[in-house]
Design a protein around this ligand. Sequence first.
Ligand code: ADP
Ligand code: ZN
Length: 205
Amino acid sequence: MIGDMYPAGAGGWIEVICGVMFSGKSEELIRRVRRALIARKRVQVFKSHLDERYAGLYHVSSHDGRTVEAVPVDSPEQIFRLLAPDTQVVAIDEAQFLPVSIVPLATSLAASGRRVILAGADTDFRGEPFGAMPQLLAVAEQVDKLHAICVVCGNPASRNQRLIDGRPARYDSPTIMVGGEDSYEARCRSCHSVPRKDEDQLVIV
Ligand code: ADP
Ligand code: ZN
Protein backbone atom coordinates (compact mmCIF):
# COMPACT_ATOMS: atom_id res chain seq x y z
CA MET A 1 0.00 0.00 0.00
CA ILE A 2 1.34 3.45 -0.80
CA GLY A 3 2.86 5.35 2.08
CA ASP A 4 3.90 2.30 4.03
CA MET A 5 7.27 1.75 2.44
CA TYR A 6 9.51 3.08 5.17
CA PRO A 7 9.39 1.19 8.46
CA ALA A 8 9.28 2.79 11.86
CA GLY A 9 12.73 2.79 13.38
CA ALA A 10 14.49 3.95 10.23
CA GLY A 11 16.04 7.43 10.19
CA GLY A 12 14.00 10.36 8.94
CA TRP A 13 12.67 10.60 5.40
CA ILE A 14 10.43 12.63 3.12
CA GLU A 15 7.23 11.42 1.42
CA VAL A 16 5.40 13.52 -1.16
CA ILE A 17 1.79 12.94 -2.19
CA CYS A 18 1.13 14.94 -5.35
CA GLY A 19 -1.42 15.16 -8.12
CA VAL A 20 -4.33 17.13 -9.44
CA MET A 21 -7.07 18.69 -7.30
CA PHE A 22 -9.67 16.14 -6.12
CA SER A 23 -7.18 13.28 -6.59
CA GLY A 24 -7.37 12.41 -2.90
CA LYS A 25 -4.11 13.94 -1.63
CA SER A 26 -5.69 15.15 1.61
CA GLU A 27 -7.47 11.81 2.05
CA GLU A 28 -4.17 9.98 1.65
CA LEU A 29 -2.34 12.38 4.00
CA ILE A 30 -5.05 11.87 6.61
CA ARG A 31 -4.87 8.08 6.15
CA ARG A 32 -1.12 8.14 6.80
CA VAL A 33 -1.51 10.44 9.81
CA ARG A 34 -4.24 8.21 11.25
CA ARG A 35 -1.97 5.18 10.92
CA ALA A 36 0.90 7.07 12.57
CA LEU A 37 -1.43 7.88 15.47
CA ILE A 38 -2.39 4.21 15.73
CA ALA A 39 1.34 3.46 15.90
CA ARG A 40 1.44 5.91 18.85
CA LYS A 41 3.69 8.36 17.05
CA ARG A 42 3.69 11.99 18.07
CA VAL A 43 2.28 13.79 15.03
CA GLN A 44 1.80 17.43 14.02
CA VAL A 45 -0.25 18.44 10.96
CA PHE A 46 0.06 21.80 9.20
CA LYS A 47 -1.84 23.21 6.27
CA SER A 48 -1.08 26.26 4.15
CA HIS A 49 -3.92 28.74 4.29
CA LEU A 50 -2.63 31.14 1.66
CA ASP A 51 -5.92 31.21 -0.19
CA GLU A 52 -8.98 31.29 2.02
CA ARG A 53 -10.78 28.85 -0.27
CA TYR A 54 -8.26 26.22 0.76
CA ALA A 55 -8.52 26.96 4.47
CA GLY A 56 -10.92 24.06 5.07
CA LEU A 57 -9.11 22.79 8.13
CA TYR A 58 -9.65 19.31 9.47
CA HIS A 59 -8.62 17.14 12.34
CA VAL A 60 -7.50 13.54 12.18
CA SER A 61 -8.73 11.00 14.72
CA SER A 62 -7.63 7.43 15.22
CA HIS A 63 -10.08 4.79 16.42
CA ASP A 64 -8.55 4.84 19.87
CA GLY A 65 -9.60 8.46 20.23
CA ARG A 66 -6.32 10.24 19.62
CA THR A 67 -6.87 13.41 17.61
CA VAL A 68 -4.58 15.89 15.92
CA GLU A 69 -5.67 19.21 14.41
CA ALA A 70 -4.36 20.63 11.14
CA VAL A 71 -2.79 23.96 12.09
CA PRO A 72 -3.01 26.77 9.49
CA VAL A 73 0.37 28.25 8.51
CA ASP A 74 1.60 30.61 5.84
CA SER A 75 5.34 30.01 6.04
CA PRO A 76 7.84 27.20 6.69
CA GLU A 77 9.35 29.40 9.43
CA GLN A 78 6.01 29.25 11.24
CA ILE A 79 6.10 25.45 11.07
CA PHE A 80 9.61 25.56 12.55
CA ARG A 81 8.43 27.80 15.42
CA LEU A 82 5.40 25.61 16.16
CA LEU A 83 7.31 22.35 16.04
CA ALA A 84 7.34 20.43 19.31
CA PRO A 85 10.75 18.92 20.11
CA ASP A 86 9.31 15.43 20.57
CA THR A 87 7.30 15.36 17.30
CA GLN A 88 8.13 12.29 15.22
CA VAL A 89 5.86 12.81 12.19
CA VAL A 90 5.29 16.16 10.47
CA ALA A 91 2.49 16.28 7.87
CA ILE A 92 2.05 19.35 5.66
CA ASP A 93 -0.96 19.77 3.33
CA GLU A 94 -1.28 22.22 0.40
CA ALA A 95 2.52 22.41 0.25
CA GLN A 96 2.43 24.00 -3.24
CA PHE A 97 1.43 27.31 -1.64
CA LEU A 98 4.47 27.47 0.66
CA PRO A 99 7.65 29.30 -0.38
CA VAL A 100 10.70 27.38 -1.50
CA SER A 101 12.18 27.47 2.03
CA ILE A 102 9.88 24.48 2.63
CA VAL A 103 12.61 22.40 0.91
CA PRO A 104 15.41 23.05 3.46
CA LEU A 105 12.86 22.80 6.28
CA ALA A 106 11.65 19.35 5.10
CA THR A 107 15.27 18.28 4.62
CA SER A 108 16.24 19.41 8.16
CA LEU A 109 13.21 17.68 9.66
CA ALA A 110 14.16 14.44 7.91
CA ALA A 111 17.81 14.86 8.95
CA SER A 112 16.64 15.17 12.56
CA GLY A 113 15.06 11.69 12.28
CA ARG A 114 11.49 12.73 11.58
CA ARG A 115 9.08 11.38 9.00
CA VAL A 116 7.90 14.25 6.79
CA ILE A 117 4.71 13.83 4.72
CA LEU A 118 3.94 16.60 2.23
CA ALA A 119 0.81 16.76 0.07
CA GLY A 120 0.40 19.27 -2.74
CA ALA A 121 -0.61 19.97 -6.31
CA ASP A 122 2.43 19.33 -8.50
CA THR A 123 1.10 21.44 -11.37
CA ASP A 124 -0.78 24.73 -11.58
CA PHE A 125 -3.78 25.46 -13.80
CA ARG A 126 -1.45 25.76 -16.80
CA GLY A 127 -0.11 22.26 -16.26
CA GLU A 128 3.29 23.67 -15.22
CA PRO A 129 5.27 22.88 -12.05
CA PHE A 130 3.77 24.55 -8.98
CA GLY A 131 5.89 26.41 -6.39
CA ALA A 132 8.45 24.29 -4.55
CA MET A 133 6.80 21.00 -5.53
CA PRO A 134 9.42 20.04 -8.18
CA GLN A 135 12.24 20.40 -5.62
CA LEU A 136 10.24 18.50 -3.00
CA LEU A 137 9.65 15.66 -5.47
CA ALA A 138 13.37 15.57 -6.18
CA VAL A 139 14.52 15.35 -2.55
CA ALA A 140 11.80 12.93 -1.38
CA GLU A 141 12.49 9.26 -0.70
CA GLN A 142 8.96 8.38 -1.77
CA VAL A 143 6.64 10.05 -4.27
CA ASP A 144 3.05 9.07 -5.00
CA LYS A 145 1.24 10.79 -7.85
CA LEU A 146 -2.53 10.48 -7.59
CA HIS A 147 -5.16 11.08 -10.25
CA ALA A 148 -8.73 12.28 -10.18
CA ILE A 149 -11.42 11.49 -12.75
CA CYS A 150 -11.66 13.80 -15.77
CA VAL A 151 -15.08 15.42 -15.51
CA VAL A 152 -15.29 15.68 -19.33
CA CYS A 153 -14.34 12.18 -20.54
CA GLY A 154 -13.96 9.98 -17.46
CA ASN A 155 -10.30 9.10 -18.01
CA PRO A 156 -7.70 9.62 -15.26
CA ALA A 157 -7.26 13.36 -14.68
CA SER A 158 -3.80 14.88 -14.34
CA ARG A 159 -4.60 18.56 -14.90
CA ASN A 160 -6.34 21.34 -12.96
CA GLN A 161 -8.74 23.11 -15.31
CA ARG A 162 -9.36 26.66 -14.15
CA LEU A 163 -12.57 28.26 -15.34
CA ILE A 164 -13.36 31.96 -15.10
CA ASP A 165 -17.05 32.68 -15.67
CA GLY A 166 -17.36 29.12 -16.97
CA ARG A 167 -14.65 29.51 -19.65
CA PRO A 168 -11.06 28.16 -19.62
CA ALA A 169 -8.71 30.65 -17.94
CA ARG A 170 -6.00 32.04 -20.19
CA TYR A 171 -2.37 31.15 -19.77
CA ASP A 172 -1.46 34.65 -18.58
CA SER A 173 -3.96 34.78 -15.72
CA PRO A 174 -2.30 34.72 -12.26
CA THR A 175 -1.31 31.37 -10.74
CA ILE A 176 -3.16 32.09 -7.52
CA MET A 177 -6.27 34.26 -7.71
CA VAL A 178 -7.07 35.13 -4.13
CA GLY A 179 -10.76 35.90 -3.80
CA GLY A 180 -11.27 35.49 -7.57
CA GLU A 181 -14.42 34.27 -9.28
CA ASP A 182 -12.73 31.21 -10.70
CA SER A 183 -13.50 27.53 -10.28
CA TYR A 184 -11.59 24.34 -10.93
CA GLU A 185 -12.25 20.97 -12.55
CA ALA A 186 -10.11 17.86 -12.76
CA ARG A 187 -9.35 17.01 -16.39
CA CYS A 188 -7.07 14.76 -18.43
CA ARG A 189 -4.37 16.13 -20.73
CA SER A 190 -6.56 16.10 -23.84
CA CYS A 191 -9.57 17.78 -22.20
CA HIS A 192 -7.38 20.41 -20.49
CA SER A 193 -7.56 23.83 -22.14
CA VAL A 194 -5.31 26.88 -21.49
CA PRO A 195 -5.73 29.46 -24.26
CA ARG A 196 -2.65 31.61 -24.81
CA LYS A 197 -2.75 35.26 -25.77
CA ASP A 198 -0.84 34.58 -28.99
CA GLU A 199 -1.84 30.91 -29.41
CA ASP A 200 1.83 30.13 -29.99
CA GLN A 201 1.79 26.67 -28.52
CA LEU A 202 4.12 24.19 -30.09
CA VAL A 203 1.93 21.68 -31.91
CA ILE A 204 3.47 18.33 -32.75
CA VAL A 205 1.49 16.31 -35.29
P1 ADP B 1 -7.15 16.68 -3.00
O1 ADP B 1 -6.53 16.87 -1.64
O2 ADP B 1 -6.26 15.94 -3.96
O3 ADP B 1 -7.71 17.95 -3.61
P2 ADP B 1 -9.31 15.46 -1.54
O4 ADP B 1 -8.69 14.37 -0.70
O5 ADP B 1 -9.60 16.77 -0.87
O6 ADP B 1 -8.39 15.70 -2.83
O7 ADP B 1 -10.65 14.98 -2.22
C1 ADP B 1 -10.77 13.74 -2.90
C2 ADP B 1 -12.25 13.47 -3.09
O8 ADP B 1 -12.77 14.40 -4.03
C3 ADP B 1 -12.58 12.13 -3.70
O9 ADP B 1 -12.62 11.10 -2.74
C4 ADP B 1 -13.96 12.37 -4.29
O10 ADP B 1 -14.96 12.13 -3.33
C5 ADP B 1 -13.99 13.88 -4.57
N1 ADP B 1 -14.02 14.25 -5.97
C6 ADP B 1 -14.64 15.35 -6.45
N2 ADP B 1 -14.44 15.49 -7.78
C7 ADP B 1 -13.69 14.43 -8.18
C8 ADP B 1 -13.12 14.00 -9.44
N3 ADP B 1 -13.33 14.69 -10.56
N4 ADP B 1 -12.38 12.89 -9.45
C9 ADP B 1 -12.18 12.17 -8.32
N5 ADP B 1 -12.68 12.52 -7.11
C10 ADP B 1 -13.42 13.65 -7.02
ZN1 ZN C 1 -10.66 13.99 -20.38
